[in-house]
Write a protein that binds this ligand. Structure first.
Ligand code: C2E
Ligand code: MG
Ligand code: MG
Length: 757
């Protein structure tokens, strides 16, 4: 079905036209026949038949009127006046001429056939009396013998006319019914097509649009008529046509039932519009394609949003450069390519020298502008095939596929030299140099993470040696000072980037096996090395002085968490009095004269009851700080916090000294608890410590209890408070939500997980 076909059916006037034409043809045909018959009879018999010729001409006149009537607009009943007129004419004629009743019966038949064609059923029946009357009237004029014969013919002619007329009306009714069904279906299709909110179009099998709805035209910025006759190819983006044409051809050929694709169209104003297209094919009974019907939906915005999100996910917001995710992806691809093609992959790790200084002095806004300019400058020094990425802060990485080490070094040198030119920023010239660490993969066998780590290590050596340095990774970078330097640099950032977290381990009353407190133990979520324990970084933090801010952060965090749990427990009707929080304090913190003030403000800020804060100071710390610590400890005790000596037994403290300190608890070092259930020496030492505690009025807490036998031995020795994996591994606060339970159930599950893992 083509566009023109739909139009004809759509107007729904097929039967109406037919009725008009048939009626006219009937009258005119009858008129012509009767005139001819009248003329022939007159000629052959020599007896003129003006009545017959006259009635034939009258039929022609009626035919002309019927032909001219506006059938499409008129109600059909409006033509019924013609019936009495016609019947009357025939009667009059018959009356005048007294000619053969059979001949005029034929006229009546014509009238009734016409009635049947143009009018509903039972119309003929209603006119039967009129017909009988008009047939009978002239018969009274003739002699009685002929009248009897004529009347008997009426008995045949009248029902015959009615029957034929009704039959024609019945067939016409059926025709009209099926036409109106088609018309209704067509109207429904038309409104569904025209008013659909989605773009709909019909196309010929050779790809030309024959009809589009308003939504379709709106998507492309045209009037619907402007698109009719256009080839789909002409409005499709050339890059998408090949794929589109393949699908289109497959659909027309019957290889597929429908296709669905995303493609671009040209909008009338020249821009590109993304649409989803679903197309199917309508075929005739023989399976030949008649036309294609397509639905289109404008997805430009959705697609742009998707692209923006996808871009944002793998690009740095500030510089627009690839971020770590995209860089690592490209790196892995480059490494597998290097494996196949035997070339070399160079990874450079770049860090701006003294950027922190510039950032702090100029402000973060300017720092951001500077990073943008640096990104442009570095990008300008690279080849188009190289990848420059920003890893965060002032760290950039470069990925190059090179033939050998010297080529990589040339590129690194270009980068360093590019940065030696001043950068103009806010009317001033800034000199920002860059340190570069280079790692090479000669065979592509390393993993991307490993290569990145090596470049990072080399970069730290470059930074160590001086500004604008290029250093290539060496195996001895892994040990010694470089690693330490790197870790301490990273620790610096860990504090800024919230990579530290406090874990909590329960301190338990051995008799009741309920929690009496918790020790706060710091952990570091290292971006590449995973979760680090304090043993791996506390020493470094102490060496670099970072222990002071780190310790202060742990203190604040533990106080905040302690106060929060207190409030939650109180709200739940639990006894908050038992929840003590122990925080480890290092020698440098203790030596810091502002430390008591830090503790005071941590308590005030969090609202934690000072009575619940326990500060753990190792025995060796106390020994190293000497008398200086006495005043500090007094100040801390004066705040209401409690003090305990950690790792007791390892620092050789003199007993007289111990007596002078305001400490209340000794924490027995875990080395004495380790073999308590089997080593008599350990038993003797712990017994001595418990005795010492008793005589000095100090409580004793045992650390590192892993087995039940150790707990039993401790109780036998008179030590009733302990800490250890037996009761729970250190856990992050999130694992203890909503708050740690007294009966240790918050930890048991976690411990079970840990032991089975
Ligand atoms: P510590 O204060 O003596 O803490 C006890 C350590 O023993 C913790 O190790 C704890 O996980 C571990 N431990 C607990 N129960 C058991 C057990 O049953 N068996 C064994 N083998 N070990 C057990 P962690 O968390 O690795 O901490 C080590 C040390 O790092 C701590 O020793 C403490 O001196 C120091 N530390 C931890 N957090 C901080 C902090 O925030 N500041 C300072 N200055 N030092 C901290
Ligand atoms: Mg401790
Ligand atoms: Mg300890």
């Amino acid at each position: 079905m083509d566009g023109a076909g739909i139009d004809e059916v759509g107007q729904g006037t097929l039967t109406t036209h037919l009725v008009g034409r048939l009626s006219a043809a009937l009258w005119i045909g009858t008129g012509v026949l009767v005139v001819l018959a009248g003329a022939v009879l007159s000629f052959r018999t020599g007896f003129s038949r003006p009545g017959m010729i006259g009635s034939g001409l009258a039929c022609l006149a009626i035919g002309a009127v019927v032909y001219r009537m506006p059938w499409a607009r008129w109600r059909r009943s409006a033509t019924l006046w013609l019936v009495p007129v016609a019947l009357g004419m025939i009667t009059l004629y018959n009356g005048f001429t007294g000619e053969d009743a059979f001949l005029y019966g034929t006229f009546f038949l014509v009238v009734f056939v016409w009635l049947g064609i143009g009018h509903p059923r039972w119309t003929c029946l209603r006119f039967a009396p009129l017909l009988a009357l008009s047939y009978a009237l002239p018969l009274f004029e003739i002699d009685s013998a002929r009248r009897a014969m004529a009347l008997s013919s009426a008995l045949f002619v009248v029902p015959c006319c009615v029957l034929v007329g009704e039959s024609v009306a019945w067939v016409g009714g059926l025709l009209r019914k099926s036409e109106s069904a088609i018309f209704e279906a067509e109207a429904r299709f038309r409104s569904a097509f025209e008013d659909a909110p989605i773009g709909m179009g019909l196309a010929t099998p050779d790809g030309h649009l024959v009809r589009v709805n308003r939504a379709y035209a709106d998507i492309l910025g045209y009037h619907p008529d402007e698109l009719v006759g256009r080839a789909i190819k002409d409005i499709t983006h050339p890059d998408d046509w090949e794929a589109n044409a393949a699908q289109f051809d497959a659909l027309v050929a019957g290889d597929i039932d429908r296709y669905h694709m995303e493609k671009r169209y040209h909008h009338a104003d020249g821009r590109v519009v993304w649409v989803t297209v679903s197309t199917s094919c309508v075929r005739d009974d023989g399976g030949r394609p008649l036309y294609l019907i397509g639905q289109i939906e404008d997805v430009t915005e959705r697609r742009e949003m998707r692209e923006r999100l996808a871009h944002a996910a793998v690009h740095d917001q500030l510089t627009g450069l690839p971020n770590r995710v995209l860089f690592m992806d490209r790196l892995e691809l480059a490494l597998s390519r290097a494996q196949r093609e035997h070339h070399c992959v160079a990874l450079m790790f770049l860090d701006l020298d003294r950027f922190k200084l510039i950032n702090d002095s100029l402000g973060h806004e300017m720092g951001d502008r500077l990073l943008e300019r640096v990104a442009q400058r570095l990008g300008g020094a690279l080849r188009s095939v190289d990848t420059l990425a920003r890893f965060g802060g002032d760290e950039f990485t470069v990925l190059c596929e090179v033939s050998d080490k010297s080529e990589a070094l040339e590129i690194a040198l270009r980068l360093v030299q590019a940065m030696q030119q001043p950068l103009n920023l806010a009317d001033s010239e800034l000199f920002v140099s860059v340190s570069v660490g280079v790692a090479l993969s000669l065979d592509g066998l390393e993993s991307g993470t490993e290569l990145l780590r090596k470049a990072d290590v080399a970069m730290y050596r470059a930074k160590e040696i001086g500004p604008s340095r290029i250093e290539v990774y060496r195996t001895d970078d892994e040990t010694g000072t470089i690693r330490r330097l790197r870790t301490s640099n990273e620790l610096h950032r860990a504090l800024e980037r919230d990579e530290l977290e406090v874990f909590y381990q329960p301190v338990v009353d051995l008799h009741t096996e309920t929690m009496v407190g918790m020790e706060a133990l710091v952990r570091w979520h290292h971006p590449t090395r995973g979760l680090l324990l304090p043993g791996e970084f506390i020493g470094l933090a102490e060496d670099s002085g970072l222990i002071v801010p780190l310790g202060a952060w742990v203190l604040r965090e533990a106080c905040r968490q302690g106060a929060r749990w207190d409030a939650l427990r109180t709200a739940a009707g639990e006894n908050p009095g038992l929840l003590n929080i122990s925080v480890n304090v290092s020698a440098q913190q203790l030596a810091d004269p502002t430390f008591p003030r830090q503790v005071a403000s941590a308590l005030t800020e969090s609202g934690l009851d000072p009575d619940k804060l326990w500060l753990e100071i190792t025995e060796s710390t106390l020994m190293s700080t000497g008398d200086a610590s006495v005043a500090a400890l007094a100040a801390l005790r004066g705040l209401g916090a409690h003090l305990e000596i950690d790792d007791f037994g390892t620092g050789y403290s003199s007993l007289s000294y111990l007596k002078r300190l305001p400490v209340e608890t000794l924490k027995v070092d875990q080395s004495f608890v380790d073999e308590l259930d089997c080593d008599a020496d350990d038993v003797a030492i712990v017994r001595a410590i418990v005795g010492l505690g008793d005589s000095l009025g100090l409580a004793i807490v045992a650390e590192g209890v892993e087995r039940r036998a150790q707990a039993v031995a401790l109780m036998a020795l008179g030590c009733s408070i302990a800490q250890g994996y037996l009761f729970g591994y250190p856990q992050p606060a999130s694992a203890l939500e909503p708050y740690p339970a007294d009966d240790l159930s918050s930890w048991t599950l976690a411990s079970r997980i840990r032991t089975s893992a």
